[in-house]
Design a binder for this molecule. Structure first.
Ligand code: ATP
Ligand code: MG
Length: 234
């Protein structure tokens, strides 16, 4: 299997006056192409910090991070932006759809950043919307959709540029359990189609549906194994 992510002793420190917060405190992990990974841990344990580093949205204080074989620490801001646009699809808890753009335009956005032509953008965005079962909503505005539908649009947006990696930070955090289930099923489907998916969740029931679970406590990994092994300890 091809290694997509390699992290070696990643640390992220925040200095707050006299105090230092060790948000990530020596994280070492490998993630292979095609994996479905859940990252779990209490509030404040360092999950989003880690996700932001994985997504090249933030840089670690120390440690080595290779994404698709590239040493991310050696890239310029412009190169980091290119990596994000070309390789990563992001899904957030609060959907982050732009309210004045219709659904189709929202899904086209990452393709715009990737300099895809207008006709090709529309075609690929419609395909992504079809995958999440929302092509008939293409011309509607985000506020005309339910929370679950908006999250499915944000998944379509993450998929549109055909990224190597989908990162989702609490994608079901704002949804009721039935809608969470539907969103989770989309992630599983995307995974089965060959995508690499990493999702953060507070919800053990959701984590147990991933193949692999990584648990963070105080900025450190304290469990990394199959969901079957994880089930035995929670
Ligand atoms: N920009 C920042 N400045 C200072 N401290 C920060 C910053 N971002 C995060 N932290 C601290 O780092 C630690 C880890 O935060 P992080 O957001 O990664 O936690 P989390 O596991 O995602 O929590 P939650 O489940 O509540 O989202 C926390 O103690 C937090 O206060
Ligand atoms: Mg968080």
């Amino acid at each position: 299997m091809e290694k997509l992510i390699q992290m070696i002793d990643i640390r992220k420190e925040y200095k707050m006056g006299d105090e230092t917060v060790y948000a990530n405190d020596g994280v070492t992990l490998d993630i292979y192409k095609g994996e479905l990974v859940a990252i779990v841990g209490k509030s404040g344990s360092g999950k989003s910090t880690l996700m932001n580093i994985i997504g090249a949205l933030d840089v670690p204080t120390s440690g080595k991070y290779f994404l698709g074989g590239k040493d991310v620490g050696k890239l310029s801001d412009n190169q980091l932006a290119d990596i994000r646009n070309e390789m990563i699809g992001f899904v957030f808890q609060q959907y982050n759809l732009l309210p004045r753009m219709n659904i189709l335009e929202n899904v086209e956005l990452p393709l715009l950043y990737a300099h895809v032509s207008s006709r090709e953008r529309e075609k690929r965005a419609m395909e992504a919307l079809e995958k999440v079962g929302l092509s008939e909503k293409a011309k509607q505005m985000p506020n005309q959709l339910s929370g679950g539908q908006q999250q499915r649009v944000s998944i379509a947006r993450a998929l549109a540029a055909n990224p190597s990696l989908i990162l989702a930070d609490e994608p079901t955090g704002a949804l009721d359990s039935k809608t969470s289930r539907q969103v989770l099923d989309f992630f599983k489907k995307i995974h089965e189609e060959g995508n690499t998916v990493i999702m953060i969740t507070h919800d053990n029931a959701i984590a147990l549906e991933a193949k692999r679970v990584i648990r963070i406590a105080d900025g450190k990994i304290n469990f990394d194994g199959s969901s079957e092994e994880y089930a035995a300890i929670v």
